[in-house]
Structures are given as C-alpha cells and as structure tokens.
Design a protein around this ligand. Structure first.
Ligand SMILES: Nc1ncnc2c1ncn2[C@@H]1O[C@H](COP(=O)(O)OP(=O)(O)O)[C@@H](O)[C@H]1O
Ligand SMILES: [Mg+2]
Length: 224
C-alpha cells in the first residue's frame, strides 16, 4: 500500500522525498523502489543503545515512517551563524565517537555500526540535542572508514564552487579531524574507491576525489 501524503514534501532529495504526515510523524519515500528494512534495522540498533535517532514506526518497501523532528539541520544553523564551524565539527566528531562506541551487531570481524554519510546536513539540532538522520548508507565496518568519509566530504565541499558552503566546509575540516577519535586517513583510499564506484557520481565528481583525499592527509599531518 502506498501511504497518502500531502501535495508538498517537507524536503526533496535526489533519491527520496520527506513528507510531514502530521505533527509527530514524517514519511521518507524513495523515488525508485528500495528496501528500507536495512536502514530501519541500523536506526533501531542505534536507538536500542541510546544513540540519538528519530524513532522508526514503520519500514515497508521504499517507505520509512518515523518521528518528526523539530529544529534546524546543523548545516542550516552553521550557515546562519547560529553555531560556529568549531562547535559543529566537535559535535560531528563526538557523534562519531559515540556511534562507534556502541556494541557491534555481529562478531568482532564485522566491526561497528557506521553511518557512512555523517555531515552537518544529516544532523538535526532538536530541543533534545543533536539527532542523526539519513541512515541509507549505514553498514558495519571499521570506524576509521566512517571518519575518512566525513573528512572526505568536508574536503570535497570545501573545494566546491558554492562560496558560503565551501567556506563553511573548509572551516570545519581541521577541527573535525582534530576532534576525531581514530585516524581519518588510514582508510581514505578505500573510501575514495567506494565513491569512485558510485553510479550517482559524474566523472567530474570522481576526478575531484584524489585531491580531496590529499587535503585530508595534509590536514591530519598538520595537526598530528
Ligand atoms: N525525522 C525527520 N523529521 C523532520 N524532518 C526530517 C526528518 N527526516 C528528514 N527530515 C527533513 O528532510 C531532509 C532530508 O532528509 P534526509 O533523510 O537527510 O534525506 P536526503 O538527504 O537523502 O534527502 C532533512 O534535511 C530534514 O529537513
Ligand atoms: Mg541527508
């Protein structure tokens, strides 16, 4: 069954739209069929261990119904100057440290639960504190992979042509790597390889990855 939704979404991304169902619930719906069960399972694991996520009420096919959060994303709050790049970076690094401190879902070989897209646009600053959304890419693995991905995203955005966003990302990279618990460079080649294989990326976007990885390495070396 396809849930009836309001005519205008709260937000619309490349792969999914988010609709407010009422004051307490939102529906995230993927445009192309996609199984939201793995995403819901990741969120449920995080929630079970006290990690700040929206409560998931239903995951069926390409639909995910969850708690409606109130507050700006950390990206919007940073662009507005309501929160400094230093503070935003510290929160990002702390959210990673907390996530990677949760018990893993399998044996030691499987590692820890990773978000694999933790950037300021996927953190909502709610009255109960920062809450992490958008668990589409969540998987199990080595925490350094998650750190490398966030650092790479900050480096890539810092290199982009959108001045306020680029300035913000550039200002976040050094404090983010300084606050991480782990090494954001150790697995960066693996992250570059993963992203290079992403069919959503254009060849131009893929071509920017090595330079961004070099910037992460340089930033990490400078603060070591
Ligand atoms: N649980 C939620 N409550 C309120 N708004 C949400 C919720 N989840 C997502 N949103 C809104 O939808 C936007 C996009 O959601 P997100 O899950 O990050 O999808 P994507 O980045 O793939 O478009 C968020 O920035 C936020 O504005
Ligand atoms: Mg998102």
């Amino acid at each position: 069954m396809v849930t009836p939704v309001p005519p205008v979404p709260l937000a619309s991304g490349r792969d999914a739209e988010v609709f407010a169902l009422n004051g307490r619930r939102v529906l995230r719906r993927y445009r192309n069929f996609c199984d939201t069960a793995p995403e819901a399972a990741a969120v449920a694991h995080a929630a079970r261990h006290g990690y700040p996520v929206p409560e998931v009420y239903r995951a069926q096919g390409g639909e995910l119904e969850m708690e409606r959060l109130y507050g700006p994303t950390m990206l919007d709050a940073s662009l507005d100057g309501r929160i400094s790049p230093q503070e935003s970076s510290r929160i990002l690094a702390e959210l990673h440290t907390r996530l990677h401190g949760l018990p893993g879902r399998g044996g030691a070989a499987q590692g820890r639960l990773l978000h694999m897209d933790l950037h300021p646009g996927n953190v909502v600053l709610t009255p109960r504190g920062p809450v992490v959304i958008d668990w589409t890419n969540a998987r199990d693995g080595a925490p350094d992979l998650d750190l490398a991905l966030t650092a790479l995203l900050l480096a890539l955005t810092g290199d982009s042509a959108d001045p306020p966003l680029a300035d913000l990302a550039e200002a976040c990279l050094a404090p983010y790597v300084a606050h991480t618990t782990g090494d954001p460079t150790r697995l960066i080649d693996q992250v570059v390889a993963l992203r290079s294989d992403d069919p959503n990326l254009t060849p131009e976007e893929v071509a920017l990855l090595p330079r961004a990885a070099a910037l992460v390495r340089q930033t990490w070396a400078a603060q070591a």
